[in-house]
Design a binder for this molecule. Structure first.
Ligand code: F6P
Length: 319
């Protein structure tokens, strides 16, 4: 293999730039020509492709977002779109791809590989941490730190006004961000899609705590489990606290990556290029027991990632 391409796809996540840097520099060091593909699969279809070198990725490690930009590309879901993408690869002489993105991006990579035989290595980048077989995805740690910082600030005002805050966080169908941030901030409860919630029971518990003299109350809701407004409507008149809601939104996706995310992204980026050089066809880099290894991408996308529910018990027990 002499020429490879790299793209970022789906929701951006902090650390994607560190992964791009690693792919480009490790590739170039190993004699490869490396092309950057802009706007994910959309740029692949349109031919928004340019060669990258050592200098083009200088100083990007600490930047949030992705210098290649990204998209959720509807056209790539069509056979016609994927055919255009394959033609662009042939035009630029690109023999292998590194796709940095979430579940949808990895799913697209499998279909593309099956149809056109192009070797594609996936690198899991999403704040949701909903990709099976990897302990962590790129961006999760930075996101959690952002969420914890925001909740901590909300706690200050909650205490000052003796209020409850219902904080809605992202995560798609996963309660990972909600649960981990609830544990890390000592929130009163996490409401997550994986565990049904009894609102009357929760309200009773919060009222008891209020009566015992607790000055604030934080409930973290995963977007996949419901809306902060809805939760507030269900419990606010029963819990004894004046209640406010806060939807953290896209600030969870931005910001300079933490050291953990930079390291994870760098290690996965290097492993992805090694995989292409070793002749791997359709695999994803994963973090397992501290090691970066490869798992067949079809296996990754066909497995549902399970949340460790003992952590849910821990969250509710300690609050
Ligand atoms: O997958 C990352 C994520 O931020 C999810 O947590 C969220 O549901 C979704 O993307 C939001 O997507 P968009 O930025 O397209 O609104």
């Amino acid at each position: 293999m002499k020429t490879i391409g790299v793209l970022t796809s789906g929701g951006d996540s902090p650390g994607m730039n560190a992964a791009i840097r690693a792919v480009v520099r490790y590739g170039v060091r190993n004699g490869l020509k490396v092309f950057g593909i802009e706007r994910g699969y959309c740029g692949l279809i349109d031919g928004a492709i340019k060669e990258l070198n050592f200098a083009s990725v200088a100083g990007i490690m600490e930047k949030g977002g992705t210098i290649l930009r990204t998209s959720r590309c509807g056209e790539f879901f069509t056979r016609e779109g994927r055919e255009k993408a394959a033609n662009q690869l042939a035009k630029f002489g690109i023999e292998g791809l590194v796709v940095i993105g979430g579940e949808g991006s990895l799913t697209g990579s499998v279909t593309f590989h099956k149809e056109f035989g192009v070797p594609v290595i996936g690198v899991p980048g999403t704040i949701d941490n909903d990709i099976a077989h990897t302990d962590m995805c790129i961006g999760v740690d930075t996101c959690l730190n952002t969420v914890v910082d925001a909740i901590q600030k909300l706690k200050d005002t909650a205490t000052s006004h003796e209020r409850a805050f219902i904080v809605e966080v992202m995560g798609r169908e996963s309660g990972y961000i909600a649960l981990m941030s609830a544990i890390a901030t000592g929130a009163e409860a996490a409401i997550i899609p994986e565990v049904p919630i009894d609102f009357d029971q929760l309200a009773e518990r919060l009222l008891e705590e209020r009566k015992r003299g607790k000055l604030n109350c934080i409930v973290v809701v995963a977007e996949g489990a419901g809306k902060a407004e809805e939760v507030a409507r269900k419990i606010s008149n029963k819990i004894g606290y004046e209640t406010r809601i806060s939807i953290l939104g896209h600030i969870q996706r931005g910001g300079s990556p933490t050291a953990f995310d930079r390291l994870l992204a760098t290690r996965m980026g290097v492993r992805a290029v090694q995989a292409l050089l070793d002749g791997e066809k359709c695999a994803t880099t994963v973090l397992k027991s501290g090691q970066i290894t490869l798992i067949d991408t079809e296996e990754v996308i066909s497995t549902k990632k399970k949340l460790d529910l003992s952590l849910y018990e821990m969250c509710m027990t300690l609050s």
